[in-house]
Design a binder for this molecule. Structure first.
Ligand code: SF4
Ligand code: SF4
Length: 409
């Protein structure tokens, strides 16, 4: 994906469903570890695919706040499912990364930086929301002060096969976050899956030189304009069938003007501060570093682990945690995601994948919380966005900019 072409409008190719197997074979022959969706233990997860047979043909998903199950589909579609518990995050931004090893030998101490060879990934079946999430993590983890060599090594050269979404889930809201369901750039290959009239097939478009080279080896035939039109219409229709939507207002202003809202007390009574939402979120990137040592005292290791702003230790400063209550921790997460993320990175930290809604054990729904904050704001200060405490231009927000200043207390 790093070599996405400047050109657009590459001719569309129609591939029969058997083309998926050819695609997996070509990518594996080229040395890629192909990762894609597969159904396991009643859930659609992402894992290495040795063949297209592993794809979840004939399975869809029913989701709700705090609930998820796979359901059979008569059309045999392979990509008619909304987001599962995993995003692509664990493959690029690993939950556990060994950073260094320390050996004590006699009177000396040897310190070795630890680096592992990175797999050469091909991601098959990336959705628009997750593609945006990868771009967000790229910004954080490949540049600036917090770049991760491990992330960069894994990210470089990933071959990205996007599949546009035509079956949004009841918990999806990417359309209202301008993060889907269609994809215009940032992929090597883009697929649109069609079933029904004309048979089970795909419309494929290359988005890079690497994508064109792979597509040329898949066979297929030029897609006729009617088929291309139908594929576009189905993606456009998906945007109108999202199960949820964020309130249509300036969320950054809403967050900045809601720091003392009563709603935080309400959500604090439900939130378990378990951190599930941060683990499943494709954009959350926080980590901590921990050292472990053998009892002998001769060997120690330094590890980077995913962390969560819901963890009490996350904001531990001298004297104790800055955010000791569930109210302050949920507020930190949500105001960062929807508000101060703009100050840091110039866009929202939420792509509307709905995972935090589904995998919250008590079904807390970020869209419902935003709507409640908007309603409270409207009753106390007039329409959201006109609040006396709302922010001005970027960087002038009441919650301030920068990684640390953005932490609500
Ligand atoms: S919002 Fe839900 S998933 Fe997130 S910490 Fe609270 S209880 Fe856990
Ligand atoms: S905050 Fe929730 S809906 Fe938004 S990107 Fe994260 S997991 Fe997805």
């Amino acid at each position: 994906m790093a070599k996405v072409s400047e050109e657009s409008g590459t001719a569309a190719t129609e591939l029969p469903v058997e083309g998926l197997e050819r695609l997996v074979r070509v990518l594996r022959d080229d040395g890629y570890t192909v990762v894609g969706p597969t159904r396991r233990d009643g859930v659609i997860v992402l894992d290495e695919l040795e063949s297209a047979d592993g794809l979840p043909f004939g399975w869809g998903v029913e989701s709700r706040p705090g609930g998820y199950r796979t359901v059979p589909r008569p059309d045999g579609a392979a990509f008619a499912h909304s987001a599962g518990p995993q995003s692509w995050k664990p493959f690029l931004h690993r939950p556990r990364v060994k950073l260094a090893e320390f050996e004590r030998d006699g009177g000396g101490l040897t310190v070795r930086e630890h680096r592992e060879p990175a797999p050469r990934y091909a991601f098959l079946g990336v959705r628009a929301c997750d593609l945006r999430a990868i771009a967000i993590q790229d910004r954080v983890l490949t540049g600036g002060r917090h770049a991760s060599p491990d992330y960069r090594a894994r990210r470089d050269g990933v071959f990205v096969v996007v599949v546009e979404c035509t079956e949004p889930g009841a918990t999806c809201f990417c359309a209202s976050m301008n993060a889907g369901p269609g994809v215009e750039a940032g992929f090597d290959l883009r697929l649109d899956e069609l079933t029904g009239d004309g048979g089970h097939r795909f419309v494929a478009v290359a988005g890079s030189a690497a994508g064109r080279a792979v597509l040329a080896r898949l066979g297929g035939r030029p897609a006729d304009p009617g088929t291309v039109d139908r594929a576009r219409r189905e993606v456009d229709a998906a945007a109108d069938r999202m199960g949820r939507a964020m309130p249509d207002l300036d969320l950054r202003d809403l967050m900045a003007g809601s720091l003392e809202a009563d709603r935080w007390n309400d959500v604090a009574e439900r939130c378990l501060t378990c951190g599930n939402c941060t683990m499943v979120c494709p954009t959350c990137f926080c980590t901590t570093v921990t050292d472990t040592s053998e009892v002998s005292g001769t060997h120690a290791e330094r590890w980077q682990l995913w962390d969560s702003c819901f963890d009490l230790d996350f904001s531990h400063l001298h004297g104790g945690p800055v955010r000791a209550s569930a109210r302050s921790r949920y507020r930190q997460w949500m105001t960062h995601k929807l508000g101060t993320w703009h100050d840091q990175f110039g866009e929202s930290g939420c792509v509307g994948c709905g995972r935090c809604v589904v995998w919250c054990p008590v079904g807390i729904d970020i869209t419902e919380e935003a709507a409640a904050l908007a309603a409270e704001s409207a009753t106390t200060t007039g329409p959201a966005g006109e609040s006396a405490t709302s922010s001005g231009p970027a960087g002038e927000s009441a919650t301030a900019s920068g990684p640390d200043e953005g932490r609500a207390r």
